[in-house]
Each structure stands twice: as C-alpha cells, then as structure tokens.
Design a protein around this ligand. Sequence first.
Ligand code: HDE
Length: 719
Amino acid sequence: MAKKHTTRSTKDAANERKAAQYADQSVMTGAGGEVHQSAGGDAPDLTTQQGIPVADDQNSLRIGARGPTALEDFHFREKLFHFDHERIPERVVHARGFGVRGYFENYESLADITKADLFQRAGEKTPVFVRFSTVAGNKGSADLARDVRGFAVKLYTKEGNWDIVGNNIPVFFIQDAIKFPDLVHAVKQEPDRGFPQAQTAHDNFWDFISLTPESMHMVMWIMSDRTIPRSFRFMDGFGVHTFRFVNAEGKSTFVKFHWKPKLGLQSVVWNEAVKINGADPDFHRRDLWNAIQMGDYPEWELGLQLFDEEFAERFAFDVLDATKIIPEEEVPIRRVGRLVLDRCVDNFFAETEQVAFGTLNIVPGIDFSDDPLLQGRNFSYLDTQLKRLGSPNFTHIPVNAPKCPVHHFQQDGHMAMHNPTGRANYEPNSWDEGAGGPRESPAKGFHSYPAAVEGPKLRIRSESFADHYSQARQFYISQTESEQQHIADALTFELSKVERLAIRTRMVAHLLNIDRGLAEHVAHGLRLKEMPGPADAARPTQEHLQKSPALSIQLNGPASFKGRKVGALVTDGVDSTTFQALRTALEKEGALLEIIAPHVGGVEASDGSWIEAAQQLRGGPSVLYDAVALLPSEDGIEILMQEPTARDFVADAFAHCKFIGYVEAALPLFAKAGVPDHGDDGCIALEGPEDCAAFVATCRQLRFWAREAGVRHMAQQGS
Ligand code: HDE
C-alpha cells in the first residue's frame, strides 16, 4: 500500500510546474492548477519563524495526492498555530481606532511655568504617536457612529513618555471612576442579546443616563454634531481633567489641555452619517490615511488654559469635576505649539493595536490633580495593558518604548527583549562604578508636587460637584439655532429607540432643568401624552451663565475650503473647460476633486481627452463629499435621468445643505430630485471659469445652513 503512494508519477507531479499568464502576471502552476511564485530578484526566500527556507507554501504535506495530512509538517503546524493566536483582546472601550505618527513642535520656552523638558526650547520637536478612536463600538464597527472620539497622544520626550489620553469632548459622563464599569456596560451591547453595538440609542444606555444626572452636560455634547465629525482632521481634542504644571522652583500652575485643528471644526448631519456608514464604514480612517499619503499633513495647535489656586477657589464650579469646563471666555487659551501628523503606520497591528496609553505616563514638570476620575484612570490603564498585551514587558514593544535612555532592574517575564546585563540586578549595591547599574537622580528625577491634603477617610461625593444642569444649559444656549435643532432631533431619534416609556419620560424631566423649549421639542417629537415635572435637582440651574460662542461649531468655521473634497458627477461629453477650471480652482484652495462617472473606467470629455473616475455612480453617493458639482453633457443627462442613484446624489446633497455647482444641462436632475427650479443661493451655476472660482470660494462656508429650515419643512409636508 505504502508503495502505491510513493509511485514515481505522484512524486513527479508534486514537483512539476507549468508557466501561466494572468493578464499582467506571469506565474507557475502546480499539479492542481494552484499558483506558485518563486523567490528571486527582489523577492527573498520565504522561511518559517525558525528561518528554514520553504519550498511550497500552497500545499500541506500529505500521504499521496489525496491522502491525509502528515503531523510532521512543521511549516503547516507553525503557520496555523501562529494564525490561531493572531488576535489579542480588543480594548474594552475605544476598540476601533486609527493610529498615525508625527511630531509636536514647541513655539516658545515655557520654562517659567513647567520644567517639562519638551517645553524648554522654542522650536524643539518631539516625536508623537496619536490614536483616534470611537468609544462604544467593537473593533469592526463603522466610523460614523454617533459617539465620542478618543484623541490619545503619546509624546516621546527626552525625559520619558508623556501621554495625553483625551477625547474630542471636554467633559465626561461621570465624576467618579468607580462608575466607569457601569457606564461602559450600559453603553455597549446589551448582555443578553449582544446588540445594539456602536450606538447609544437603546434602553440600557438611557436608563443609566436618566438615573445619572451628573451626565447631563455630557449628554448635550454627545447629542450635538461633535459626535458625528466629518473627519478626525476637523475635530478638537481635550485632556479633560485639570492637570498641574510644575516649574524648576517647584511652583504649580493648574492647566487644561486643548488640541485645536488648524483646518477648523466640521461635522456631518445625522442622515448623512447613517448613509456614510453604509457607503464607506472606514470613512474617517480612509480620510486620514489619504491626507497623509498625499502630503496634506493635518495639524493641531496645543492650547493651554492656565490658572492658579485663587481662580480655582472663585470659579463657579469645581475644577476637579470632569463634568465641567472652564469657558474659554473666562480663561483664554494660550497656543504654545503645533502637532503635525505626517506618517502613516507601517503595520496596523504592531502600532495602532499594540499602542498602550496611560494617563499615569507623565514626565517631570507635569503632575496630576485630585480629580477622582483621573485618579481612577491612573490605576486602570496600566492594569488593562497586562490583559491586552499579555506581559509586563509591553514597554519593549517599539511603539510603546521610550525614545530616551531606559535603565532599571526590572527583568524577565513573558517576551522580555531587554534584561539587565552584569551581576547587579538590585540596589543599593556595592559593586564598583559602572558595574552597579543605574542610580537615583534626586535633582533630575520626578518629584510629585507636595500638595497638602488631609481629611477623614470617606466614601463621599463632594457637594461642590452637585450642580448637574447649569453648564448643560450654557452649552445648549451657546449653539446656533440650527445646532440646537440638531440636538433636539438627536435626542428625539435616540429616545425613540428606547422601548420603555418611563425612561423616555425621565429624560424629558431632566431636559426641563436645561431648557424648557428643548424639553418641549423632544416631548412633542416623541409624542409624550403628558409632560412630566422637572427632575428634582441637587442644585437649581444657574440661568444667568453667559453664552460661550466658542462652544459652537458653526460659529467657528474655517476661513477656507482647504482639505475638503468636491465630488464631480460627469458623463461622456463633459465640458473640458469647465472641468479644468473647477480642478484648478480647487487645487488653488488646497481642496480635492473626485470624479464620479457612470462607469469607473471614466468618460471622454468634450475635447476628446479621457477623464478617469474614482467612483462609479452606484458606489459614490454624495454623502462622501463636502460639496458636489454636476457636470453632465446634454447627451449624458439622458443617461443620468434613468439612474435612481443620480437622483439620490442630488437629493441628498441638497437635503444635507451642501453647496451644489451645476451646468445648465443638469437642471432636469434638480426637478427629478425634488429640488426647486434652479435650486437656491447654495446652488451655483457654472457658466464659465470665473464661476468655478466663485463656487469654490462659496464652499468655504462648508454648508448652506440657510436651506435647512426649508428642507425640514419640505420633509414634513412630504410625510
Ligand atoms: Fe479611558 N480607558 N477610561 N477615558 N480612554 C481606556 O485603556 C478608563 C476616560 C480614553 O487609543 C482603556 O488601553 C476609566 C476619560 C481614550 O488606546 C481603559 C475611566 C477619557 C482611550 C480605560 C476612563 C478617556 C481610553 C481601554 C474612568 C477622556 C483609548 C483600553 C475613570 C479624557 C486610548 C485601554 C487608545 C481607553 C479606562 C474615562 C479617554 C479600560 C477607568 C474621561 C482616548 O483602561
């Protein structure tokens, strides 16, 4: 029998290779027609992890061509063993993230307020790793979930790693870290059914929130457009907690950290977010990847709010309470440096997945405050790394390793890459100079700021944390009318997904303490039969707080269309002059043009030139663009009129308040999409090259919000 399996013909067949051509690829094929590619030229030998060269990576070792697989196939064993262990536990929160590299550049010396080494010299550049993330969804969820975005920055300073593990919202849901597991359990998928994920629109979340009045300020932020950013590049970052700077004389100054995007803030609208998730679930990561690959490096400025004990005493709220901001109008932001993201990662797993942030990673010159949320975080982040990365040696992984000298006596453990050399692995020791290993440095080393603290040991929430509604109200009244409408719509949408009437009603009771108009709007939207009384408040809402215009996105738009993208819908016969003029105007602005055509292969323009498309119409809806241009030819419009996605392209762009540039030939599409004749002031006729420049200049406003009320009215009449 054995002999039969080792007949000459089977052996020969195993080694036989035939040449084959697959369009551009010349390959070899084996006995079963499988493709083989051999080492040579630029391609090195494929080896096992032990370094043994591999002859055949397409077939496992078997007894005869159709027989069982041999256990001794070490290459196959090793390949599957490794594959089976490829995943590490995803983060409990912030599982879906995207990491990039870059640097922080300091504008001026801040030696008067901090001795942190990276702030001593103007022009100093410090390498950074930044990971943006969503909070609630699992690793494979979609980018445009309504969610807080993580904004975690690791600065590899010359005196160790400093992590600012922040969010794109300056406040948080809870005041004490002991509530974090409850909050996260409530927001993630419900435990019995395993859904919904990546969304807050469900009973458990709103049940918890409606019984946690301290979260009301955060609720206003998450129901605002801040949680549906257009891009990571167009959002703020915040350190959230109060920290301390400490200078060489030991003087402490309180500080709050802000990252301000140079391209300004921008969000999408909810209906658009839902559609983007379908059209491109990787919308945010693709945007950042593309921008960096094209050399359009996103930048933020580091802003500091600096204040002293005396301000902290007189401020209306407790600076240790992470559910409160200090309005920029009260303590202005000082911009002290810039963060430039200029390199994508080489390997997603090695860097984005394995990067380990921790609020406890601070450097001399920076210190914690007693914010109870921060104190709890300082414990949690180290703990989580052991679980995720599986070893106390996670700082040996390159993305986590400091870029300054590291000397200590910690040794061994899983996957230790560096162990102490020589005899001394303890101190104090009496070994001769050099052989005794590292020693303490009292002058340079980290000293905690000696804040005076005393008091009885208690489980208690400070009464100074008890005002839950005043800043929620301040945030709401600081928004434009359109933004307020978005908040009311978001609350109505979310609560409409809550099955229990009692929970919906409870939320309206809280809203009554924030703004009666908002509460009534939501109650009406939910068709509550009875308006509840306001929730009992631990402290009455301070209605005299001034508006803070800095809190509005729409009031603080950028002055340019830079970094944005226009989608141009073209057909065969597109007017080449208009097309070129639009391309030139966008290039001048630093914005992008993406071509959408009936087929991805492209179209032939009026001058006979060929224009390649980036998207076929059915795969390139207008939600993927900041503004659109409709450039069909007279013949081409006939084809578009037959295509429902062309109608949706225009109807959505109009409903999402986008600027629409159009040529005369496109007008029949307006009628088909329900757009009023010749559109409105946000629809710009492109009759000549000057019009294209004017169109791009108008796009600097980002959206034509004046259209919004009319669109809502049309929708209501239609329904
Ligand atoms: Fe986190 N948080 N967090 N968090 N957090 C984590 O650490 C935690 C909080 C934030 O891209 C975890 O490595 C507790 C506030 C970001 O890798 C975990 C509390 C803010 C990231 C953890 C908070 C954040 C995390 C999960 C309540 C904004 C992603 C995996 C006291 C200032 C970092 C991990 C990355 C990640 C704990 C609250 C931001 C479990 C206990 C407030 C941006 O350790």
